[in-house]
Design a protein around this ligand. Sequence first.
Ligand SMILES: Cc1cc2nc3c(=O)[nH]c(=O)nc-3n(C[C@H](O)[C@H](O)[C@H](O)COP(=O)(O)O)c2cc1C
Length: 185
Amino acid sequence: MELREVLKARRSIRQYTGEAIPEDTIRDILSYAPWVPNHHVSEPWRFVVAQGPSLEELADLRHQAVLRRRAGEDSAQARADKARQEFLDASAVIAVIQRLDENSSRRQEDYASVAMATYNIILAAWDAGIGAFWNTGPLMQDADVRAWLDLREDEQPAAFLRLGYPKAVPVQRRTPIDERVQWRR
Ligand SMILES: Cc1cc2nc3c(=O)[nH]c(=O)nc-3n(C[C@H](O)[C@H](O)[C@H](O)COP(=O)(O)O)c2cc1C
């Protein structure tokens, strides 16, 4: 698919067919991640790919994290069940992890690059016919998830990317860009 076409056609995908994604395909998609603008070429990322039983473990951790976050709320159980099922419906989840520089300016610049690296993964996936969904939420700060990912003190998740072959592609709208651009000539 043409790059310009991908940039507008890509959507966040919530519904997947359940078909497994070959590991070689995931490896290929990940290979695009480092090729983003990156000040000092710090490469402040690493990735954990969860599939099969590991994805079930991560889904259970998400369930528990939502239950803890929503403790006391009537909807806690339903939200936790939904959060778990969302992960189980995906064929893989990639945890994108940022190494946190001691310097706050570098940390901010690094996050920009990590976000772009994540987007490269999403675009490469789309080009391969695979949809992605960028999740944040309660998993981001959860101690059990940190332990499961073997995160060091100086590491932080930036994204949990659900991946799968799309069952449905939602329609989205955006404000026409002319409404957000001021030309100065
Ligand atoms: C940093 C970041 C975090 C996000 N976290 C969530 C999330 O936790 N839950 C969610 O429903 N969507 C999340 N999204 C996805 C957005 O909701 C989605 O991109 C938006 O609805 C636009 O849809 P589109 O990607 O199809 O254009 C996140 C996106 C980004 C970039």
